[in-house]
Every structure is written in C-alpha cells, then in structure tokens.
Design a protein around this ligand. Structure first.
Ligand code: DP6
Length: 330
C-alpha cells in the first residue's frame, strides 16, 4: 500500500485590507475581498498520515495531544479532502508552530494552509494553487491567503471554487517588515469565527463593505508601485474601519488596550517625521507595525520604549505554502 503521509509548511499572514464578516459562514465566503502579506520566519509545519492503524483522527499540536473542538475542526476540514480523494481513512496529524500562541499572530491561517497542502499531497491530490487556496479557506478564511506567496489577494468570488486568493507580487517584490508589537498575551474573549457572525450587528458594517473595492484598489496599486505613503494611509484607514465595526457591534468588541493607542499615536508621529511606519491591528490588542528593512532596528528600539509594550517580533515577507520532504514525528 502506498504511504499516505506528507508534510507541508506555511506562513501566517497579516491582512492589510481586512476580512470581516461572511456571506456564507459554513463555506467561509466573505462579504469583502482582502489583501495580506505572508510573514517570513514564522511558520507552521504539519505532517498528515492517513492510516488504517488508528481508529479516529488524532491531532498533536506543539507536542500536545488535542481533543474536543480543536480536533473536530481539523477532522471536518479533512472530510472535505477525503471526500475529494474518495478515501475514508482516519488521519494522524502532527503540527508545530515556531511562533508563540496568543501573540497577535493568528495561527489558524498557517495551520489550515499547511494542513490542506499536506493532506492533499498525502492523498495524491495535486490541486492548482487557486483550488488549494479555496480548499484551505474552508478551514479558516484567512488561510486561503497563506497559500500563494508574498503579497496576496483573496477574491470574494461567487461560490466555493471562485472564492480564493492569488498572488499580487512575490515576497522579493518589496522589502517590507512587520514588527509585531505585543501588549498582551491573553486569549481573546471572542475569537474570529464568532466575531464574523457579529459583524452585521454593527450599522457601520454595510458602509465598510460598500467602500472595500476602493481600499483594495488603492492597496493593490500601492503594493505594485511600492508607494509606502499610499500603503500606510489606506491600511490604517482599513484597520480603523474594521475596529469601528467591532466597537459598534452587539456585544461591543473592544480589543484595544491603552498601549494599543499609544503605539497608534507614536506611529503616526514617526511617519510625519519621515519614518516609513504604518500600523494595522487584527481582532486583538497587539499592533503590527509595517515598515521597510532599513528602519527595522530603529523602530524596534522606539517601540520597546513605549509603556505597555512587552516585546516586539520582527518578520519579513514570506513565500507560499509548500510540501516538504522531512516529516514531523512527535
Ligand atoms: C481580523 O480567518 O481567523 O484577522 O475564517 O473564522 O477562521 P475564520 O476567521 P479568520 O479571521 C481573520 C480576521 C482578521 C482579519 C483578516 O485576517 O483578514
């Protein structure tokens, strides 16, 4: 019998234009398109082994056996891939992140991108990149953007097949860095999946969605032209629009801490002083400061001086999800 085992690696990503809210929660078809960058150096490596020797799906995450909903979400995702392959074997999944959890870097994107790539390869499915991206989306929406490399855009599409991400530019296109500035390591009270369902409770969500094509166009053009000022302006507006929706949802989602606002204000001052720096914030209190490699050390120092900053993790732009030959054996 052929071995039905494969390992894949994927990077997490940070959205520059955010995904918030679904048109179809089950298929994770979003209400608006989004753009992100993959984060180099940070990665999830996942080995999937489909085998008759085990009774049911098993998931080992960072060396710890998982149970309950975490395993359930992975199992339901593998069902889509088993269905495509016409194979109904349980899977042993071993996954490791080289970045700490609860640091403002969503692990679900790299996790589901790596899981999808490994499971497809193990079952001898070799989908085109767009189809792999659409499949990864079923596990976690933002995972579809971790499939292509570099700067990627998730197109809303009209159905499962057409809602996927494609590359805007490869990682080498622009030497941007993301200084992930940690102000809290506490777990979020409301995670993204639940948050997406609340988006429509804000009267501001409709306006945010209606304006998204404009923000996407400006962001895409700024990336292609390597225009930092234009990029900074649009990504900050986009992040603030998402947080305006969060703040005005029911229940209210207030993720910011005092240090979050201190960083926002510092970044805007630095930029008016000529330093290329821009902030973006996901559904949490930690701030991603986007800049260029030349300013990485200077910003690292400046950020470290702000009251409430616990640590700063710096990353560049990462490549696509891909299958690798070595396997994880915890
Ligand atoms: C605020 O992709 O984590 O980070 O599809 O339920 O897994 P699920 O949600 P997820 O949502 C990400 C939300 C965000 C913005 C973004 O990454 O675009």
């Amino acid at each position: 019998m052929p071995t039905r085992k494969a390992t894949a690696r994927a990077h997490p990503n940070i959205a520059l234009i955010k995904y918030w809210g679904n048109r179809d929660d089950n298929l994770r078809i979003p209400v608006n398109g989004s753009i992100s960058i993959n984060l180099a150096g940070l990665e999830t490596i996942t080995t999937v082994n489909f085998s008759k020797a085990i009774a049911e799906d098993r998931l080992m995450l960072n060396g710890e056996q998982q149970a309950g909903e975490t395993t359930g979400r992975v199992s339901r995702h593998l069902d889509h891939i088993r269905h495509l392959a016409g194979i109904n074997l349980p899977a042993d999944v071993q996954s490791r992140n080289n970045f700490p959890t609860g640091t403002g870097i969503a692990s679900s994107a790299s996790a589901f991108a790596a899981l999808t790539a490994a499971a497809c390869s193990a079952l001898d499915l070799h989908p085109a990149e767009a189809d792999l991206s659409a499949l990864a989306r079923l596990g976690s929406g933002s995972a579809c953007r971790s499939v292509p490399g570099g700067f990627t855009e998730w197109h809303v599409g009209v159905d499962h097949q057409t809602s996927h991400a494609t590359g805007i530019a490869p990682a080498e296109h622009w030497n941007l860095v993301d200084l992930v500035t940690i102000v809290s390591r506490e777990h979020k009270i409301i995670g993204s999946t639940e948050g997406h369902r609340l988006a429509d409770t804000s009267p501001l969500q409709a306006a945010r969605i209606a304006d998204t094509p404009r923000r996407l166009d400006i962001c895409r053009a700024a990336i292609l032209e390597r225009d930092f000022e234009a990029l900074a302006d649009i990504i900050e507006q986009d992040a603030l629009m998402m947080h305006a929706v969060l703040l005005t949802s029911r229940p209210t989602l207030i993720y910011w801490l005092p240090a979050t606002l201190s960083i926002i204000q510092a970044v805007q001052t630095w930029r008016s002083d000529g330093i290329p720096a821009a902030f973006t914030i996901d559904a949490g209190p930690n701030v991603h400061v986007i800049s260029t490699t030349e300013y990485r050390n200077k910003l690292n120092t400046l950020l470290g001086e702000i009251k409430g900053v616990q640590s700063v993790l710096t990353t560049g732009i990462g490549g696509p999800a891909h299958v690798i030959s070595e396997h994880l054996d915890n």
